[in-house]
Design a protein around this ligand. Sequence first.
Ligand code: PXG
Length: 465
Amino acid sequence: MTSPLPANDPSALTARLQETDLRHHMHPFTDHQEMTLEGGPRVITRAEGACLFDSEGNRLIDGMGGLWCVNMGYGRSELLDAAAAQMRELPYYNTFFKTTTPVAAELAADLARVTPAGLDRVFFANSGSEANDTNIRLARSYWARLGRPERRAIISRKFAYHGSTIAAASLTGLESMHDIPGVPIPDIHHAPAPFWWAEGGARSPEEHGRHAAQGLEEMIRAVGPENIAAFIGEPVQGAGGVIVPPPGYWEEVQRICARHDILLIADEVITGFGRTGNWFGCETYGIRPDIMTVAKGLSSGYLPISASIFGDRLAEVLMERPGRFPHGYTYSGHPVAAAVARANLALMQRERIVERVRDEIGPYFLEKLRSLLDHPLVGELRGVGLMAAVELTRDKTGRAPVEPVGSLATPVRNLCFARGLVTRAVRDCLVFSPPLIISEGEIDEAVGILRGCLDAVAGSLGDRG
Ligand code: PXG
C-alpha cells in the first residue's frame, strides 16, 4: 500500500500515479522503456460529452471516442442508471446450459431489430477479439456439420484489424501483430486491401478496388474454394488507417464470395452503430453478410460486450439440429453489460443519432477536414460518416511513402495531444473517430488545433508552403 494521494496538488498527484503505474502496470501496445523515459503515462481522470480531462486539469477533445467506441459520448446518465438498476436486480448470471436472463434475451431481440433483415441470431462475447474467435468456430463448425471439415481456411486482408487474441491477431493483417511465434495460426490467408493511396499506383481508385477484389479471387483459387470456410472484412478498415473502399469494391467481393460459396463475415466492431451514417457499414456498402461482428459502440464502450450475429443459413445447421456448440465465455450476455447496451440502443434511437451522423454532423466533419487539403503536408482525406484519416505526405502527387515511417504523423499527433486534441497516428496518417454527439463547435476547434500542429511540424521541417 502507498500513502494517501495528495488531494490538492495536481502535479504531485500525477507524479505519484505515474510512478505507481510504471512499477506495476503493463499496458497494451506500449513501449515501456520509451514511456519510462518520457516520465510515465498520461493520466486521464474524467470525461464529459466529447471531452476528456487529464490529471493536470487539461481539457482534450476526444477525436478517437476512446478507442473508436464512445459513440454516445461520456457522462450519459441513462447508461449509468441502467447499470445501477441491473446491478441491484441481478448483477450476474450466465447464459450457459439452457439458461437465460431477461436482459440478455431482450438485447438479442433488440439486435435482431436494428441489424439488417436476416441477421437475427446472436451469440454474446465481451470483446471484438472474442467475437471474431467465435466467428472462426461458427464458420468451421457450420462446414464440419455439413460434412465438409476440409473447409477451414479463413481469408482476411492486409491492413485488417480483427483483434488481439491469438486467433483474432492471426486474422489481423498487420505484420507487427504477427511478431510472436505461432502467429498467425494455420489456415489464415491475407488477400490485398483496397488501399489506393499506398498501393494503387497509376490505377484510379475504382480500378484499384477491382484489382484488390481480383487479388482476393486469385487467392481463393490458389487456396482452393473447397478448402475455405469464410472471408472476413471490415466494411471500412479502421485501425489499418481508415481505408475507405472505392465504389464497386464490395459488390465485387460479395459476388466472389457467393460464386465460391464462401461465408462472408463483416467485422462491424468499428463501423457498427452509426459510425458510417447508417446503423451498420454493411448498409452503407450494400454488403449482405452471413455473420456480423459487433462490439465497441454496442455499449458506447461503457462496459465490455460484443456479439456474433447471423441468420438462418447458420442457424439451421448450428441451432436447429441435435448437438451443442461447445463454446462460450463466463460473461457471454453479462446482464449489466447487456442492460447498458439496451439503454444505449434506446438512447441512439431517441436522439436519432444515426440520422444526425448521416445528414448533419458527418458531412460537416468531412467538409471541415477536407479544408486541410490545401496544406503542404496533407495528401488525401479519406472518410465516411464520422470516421476519417488525414494522410500526410511530402509527395502530394507521387504518393511516395514517408521515410522513415511515422516521421510526419507521430510528431503531429504528439503536438495535438499537448494542445488539446486526441488523435491516433497510423503510419503517416492521423485517424479520427469522435463521439457521434460531437458538436460543430468542437469539430471547428479540433480542425483548428490540427491545422496549427500541421503548420508547426511543417515549419520545423523547413518545408512550409
Ligand atoms: N475488429 C475490429 C474491426 C476492431 O477495430 C477488434 C475487432 C477487436 O476488438 P477488441 O474489443 O478485442 O479490442 C477491433 C478493435 C487502434 C485500436 O489503435 C483499434 C482497436 C482496438 C484497440 C486499438 O486503432 N480495434
